[in-house]
Design a protein around this ligand. Structure first.
Ligand SMILES: [Zn+2]
Length: 620
């Protein structure tokens, strides 16, 4: 009975009396036993029978005609002005998903009842029904179960295996049940007939369910001025158009706001800080729905019936990853701030023209080798003039054109082009490496600080530049200094961060947003930890680590400590993915094992990205 009710929206005589009183009549259609098959197909999979042609109709056929969803029913009449909206591809994908939830518990029923609402069709099969499948007697239940089993709509049947899930049935019983199903259901040779999935797996598959919206409202863009991240004044709340009059005391709806190019993760406490209503009820009135800001209309305290007086117009704050993460952290008692590395990341990526431009530079073998050479502080062999030089004053490497050409595989044109480009971006500075004739101190002097003289930074003697001040070649050679912030950025594996950010941007269906490295501190529990990556990737909050070497740390205990930190922070922030990026060919197996073990059974799933992902040529 529950099955029918959940599927058909069956109602009580009380409801029938009420809807009759407003002039909506009921048209009962009796289901004969011969019709069970068609009836089951309709309630299990929403399949609508083709209208029978009159010429073929015979008295022996029964009367049940499954109602067409497209034809108005009392419910649809009441909700006039609503339409289901979703991406074309996702609507198709939803049609391809069908699972059988087996079991007698309330959990099983609820799972099968709720899954279709988030994008996964289900058929609920009580265990008793399945056992009837095994009997040879032609009972009504057997017929029902058989019909339900074969009720898979055309698109779902494209996948030959039967998806089965149960939250309550014990393994032993389940094996018996699956045995019955296997015997009854044969999708063809060489196909495993049953595919057993966990409830979590089904929920993960259920994405992109079409959502009912007021007709045409999703297609109405509005242009509103913003100053910085804040809307200028309040935004007009959208209102349903399907009613002749809106009444503040009886009408309730949810307004959604989507800012172009901005996806918002559905984590607690974010929406209430982004939607500022005159009467803010916290997460009760504002939330993040499918990547949009959502709030209830009209306000919670309705006075009178006039909708205009009761309709709240919110001011909007544009989502920004750092601010949002700080809000979530704050709600959990953590302070957050950009770390030193975060500031290097922010300024470096800005200088390099954004994460995509930076990643292009690091993906290219020649320019990556050139920039990495600046981290090489080993003493150059005597007489080697194509390796750049390391000055002991500041312990930094300086490269000239010859060294640049060598690191870039001998391509002088490419080297000149890159040097020019990086000088223009103020990533490199031109200057001379000069040694003091008095105190022998060698130092790099910017071209902008030089004339014919230079003043030694150690002994302060002013000297006219002569050949004795440099070693090689005949004329003074221009040496390129790497900007100190970029140097710190590269030293702290910022290149891997840029490559990781770019990979996620390229592989994101929804707008991608990130924050430079954040440091979290909890004074109470003495916790302090940093995350290299913090971003909204495909509408999910992710955190992560970036390392040049494919290991988190040299010793296992240090690895455990880092992994523990990420588990802790992922929990605290409600992050759904923890991404570990390396520009090495692979992560060490001990690191992968430590991470996988620590995240088993948790909300956040670890994801490993390696050189093939980060350095591989983008497909588009
Ligand atoms: Zn000197």
């Amino acid at each position: 009975m529950l099955w029918w009710v959940s599927r058909t929206g069956s109602y009580s005589s009380e409801i029938l009396r009420k809807i009759s009183s407003v002039g909506v009549t009921e048209e009962p259609s009796l289901i004969a036993e011969a019709d069970i098959r068609r009836f089951a197909r309709w309630i299990a999979a929403g399949e609508v029978a083709a209208p029978r042609s009159n010429t073929n109709a015979t008295k022996s056929r029964s009367e049940f005609v499954s109602p067409d969803r497209k034809r108005p029913t009392p419910l649809m009449l009441a909700m006039s002005g609503l339409g289901l909206y979703g991406r074309v591809l996702s609507i198709r994908a939803v049609a391809e998903r069908l699972a059988y939830v087996i079991g007698d518990s309330l959990d099983d029923f609820c799972l099968s009842y709720c899954l279709p609402r988030i994008g996964h069709q289900t058929v609920w099969l009580p265990v008793k029904w399945v056992s009837h499948l095994g009997s040879t007697e032609a009972t009504l239940l057997r017929s029902c179960a058989m019909s339900a089993l074969y009720a898979r709509p055309y698109r779902a049947a494209q996948n030959p295996s039967l998806k089965v899930c149960s939250t309550s049935v014990q393994q032993e019983t389940l094996d018996a049940v699956l045995g019955v199903l296997r015997a009854r259901f044969s999708p063809g040779p060489n196909v495993e007939p049953i595919d057993v999935l966990s409830a979590d797996a089904l929920v993960a598959l259920a994405t992109g369910a079409p959502v009912p919206y007021c007709i045409d409202s999703p297609n109405q863009p509005e242009i509103h001025p913003f100053l910085g991240l804040e809307s200028v004044g309040a935004i007009r709340s959208p209102r349903p158009t399907g009613f002749s009059k809106l009444s503040a005391s009886t009408h309730r709806w949810v307004a959604e706001l989507n800012i172009v190019g901005c996806a918002i993760p559905a984590v607690p406490h974010v929406a209430e800080h982004l939607v500022k209503l005159p009467q803010n009820g916290g997460t009760y009135t504002t939330r993040v729905s499918q990547h949009a800001l959502a709030y209830t209309c009209p306000s919670g305290f309705v006075i009178g019936d006039d909708i205009n007086a009761n309709l709240q117009n919110p001011t909007i704050q544009i989502f920004d990853t750092f601010t949002a993460v700080s809000i979530i952290a704050d709600a959990n008692g953590y302070e957050s701030q950009l770390s030193d590395k975060g500031i290097y990341q922010r300024d470096s990526l800005q200088k390099l023209g954004g994460s995509a431009e930076a990643a292009r530079l690091f993906r290219d073998n020649a320019s990556r080798a050139f920039l990495t050479k600046y981290l090489d502080h080993t003493d150059r062999p005597k007489g080697a003039y194509d390796e750049g030089c390391v000055l002991h004053g500041d312990k930094r490497a300086y490269l000239d054109l010859v060294a640049a050409k060598k690191t870039m595989g001998g391509n002088e044109t490419a080297a000149i082009e890159l040097l020019d480009k990086l000088v223009a971006a103020k990533v490199l500075y031109r200057g001379f490496a000069l040694g003091c004739a008095v105190c022998k101190h060698a130092e790099w002097y910017s071209l902008s600080a030089l004339a014919d003289q230079f003043r030694c930074t150690r002994c302060g003697r002013e000297q006219t530049i002569r050949h004795e001040h440099w070693k090689h070649p005949a004329a003074p050679q221009v040496f390129y200094k790497l900007d100190e912030i970029i140097y710190q950025f590269l030293k702290s594996d910022g290149d891997v961060v840029a490559l990781g950010l770019d990979y996620m941007t390229r592989n994101s269906q929804l707008p991608f947003k990130y924050s430079p490295e954040i440091k979290f501190k909890n004074a109470g529990s003495q916790f302090s930890g940093e995350v290299d990556l913090c971003a909204v990737w495909d509408g999910e909050l992710i955190i992560g680590e970036a390392k040049k070497q494919g290991e988190l740390a040299p010793t296992l205990s240090e690895v455990q400590k880092i992994v523990k930190k990420y588990v802790h922070l992922a929990n605290m922030l409600n992050a759904r993915r923890v991404v570990f990026c390396t520009s090495s060919p692979e992560w060490k197996s001990s690191t992968i094992e430590a991470i996988s073990t620590a995240f088993r059974g948790r909300n956040a799933a670890p994801r490993f990205l390696v050189a093939a992902d980060l350095l591989g040529k983008p497909s588009s």
